[in-house]
Design a binder for this molecule. Structure first.
Ligand code: ATP
Length: 314
């Protein structure tokens, strides 16, 4: 029986700027997204019944229709109903290594892997642009998760332009165990507080995009100037998450104080804070410094690298 195993990397946001509202209810964004080596593993094979079965041992991951990976499978079954009838149901196992509800696109990357896996399992021969159209129907970060690497993402995240690949940097991820921030809450709160700054759709959108302060970071990425990149990291959502979750801000400040840090930022809607360092040795020292400063047993740390690949068959 055919069986595919896929690696699904997490992402961090080097830049997240909110320009305004969209007619479809999402926000108009300017983001710079970066894949990292921390990854879930997705195993996918034909099921013994005509249903979709999802397995995951992580207690916070839903196993039914609320799971975005399950929704990805449902979409493929609807779109390619002949193949679904021919090959039978699906058996999908998620090995969860990416922290859940942490601003690292854990669910989105699982969904992207399911699209790739079913494409292979059912021999659909869908091209990357065809997979992108499906990804876009499912959620904002999923198109990026399919591609991976480093990219400028406009719209709600689906208008992707690849950027110069970054590699020579080590990433520390840190978060408080059992602290979750809802992405929907973060954007709603931002809307309530900053709606008056929003650009009009579509009248001033192009201008807003041109004036977005991601430009300097895009140049620094082109030059692979990691010192500049570190200084230019930016996330609008810190403005609403930090006041409600002061521990997240304290964590960022603790990283900023350490020697050897290129830059530090909350990823996505948080609560994960990521920190860029020039080497694994520097990163280990920084983690020790933050542990000593915070003295908080609820803190979790990961040291990882940037990756230029999206979903990969292993
Ligand atoms: P993003 O950065 O895209 O906003 P996130 O990394 O903050 O996402 P996820 O890990 O995707 O957040 O989880 C958000 C919520 O979605 C969780 O509370 C969880 O209940 C639900 N969820 C649905 N599918 C998944 C999945 N495959 N993995 C993890 N969580 C999932």
């Amino acid at each position: 029986m055919r069986h595919y195993s896929l690696t699904a990397p997490a992402k961090i946001n080097l830049h997240l700027e909110i320009l305004g509202d969209r007619a479809d209810g999402y926000h108009e964004l300017v983001m710079i997204l970066q894949g990292i080596n921390l990854a879930d593993r997705i195993d996918i094979k034909a099921g013994s019944t005509q249903d979709i079965h999802l397995h995951c041992e992580h207690p916070d991951v839903p196993l039914g229709k609320e799971n975005i990976a399950y929704k990805a499978a449902q979409l493929m079954c609807r779109e390619y109903s002949q193949s679904y009838a021919q090959y039978g149901g699906l058996d999908i196992t998620i090995e969860k290594n990416i922290p859940v509800a942490a601003g690292l696109a854990g669910g989105s990357t699982d969904a992207a892997a399911v699209l790739v896996g079913i494409n292979l399992l059912w021999k659909l021969g869908l091209t990357q642009p065809e997979l992108q159209i499906l990804a876009n129907q499912l959620g904002s970060d999923i198109p990026f998760c399919l591609e991976g690497g480093t990219a400028l993402a406009l719209g709600r995240g689906e208008e992707l332009s690849p950027l110069e690949g970054l590699d020579d940097v080590t990433v520390i991820l840190a978060k408080h165990r059992n602290l979750y921030v809802s992405t929907a809450w973060a954007y709603q709160t931002y809307r309530q507080q900053y709606e008056k700054t929003y650009v009009e759709q579509p009248e001033t959108l192009e201008l807003g995009r041109k004036q977005a302060h991601s430009g300097n970071l895009v140049s620094a990425i082109g030059q692979r100037d990691y010192t500049k990149i570190g200084k230019l990291l930016y996330n609008d959502l810190e403005k609403v998450v930090f006041p409600s979750y002061p521990d997240v801000e304290a964590l960022k400040l603790a990283f900023q104080e350490q020697e050897g840090v290129l830059g530090t930022l909350m990823s996505g809607s948080g609560p994960t804070v990521f920190t860029l360092c020039s080497s694994p040795t520097a990163a280990k020292q920084v983690v020790e410094g933050v542990k000593a400063k915070m003295n908080d047993p609820a803190l979790e740390f990961w040291i990882t690298e940037l990756t230029s690949t999206g979903i990969e068959v292993t």
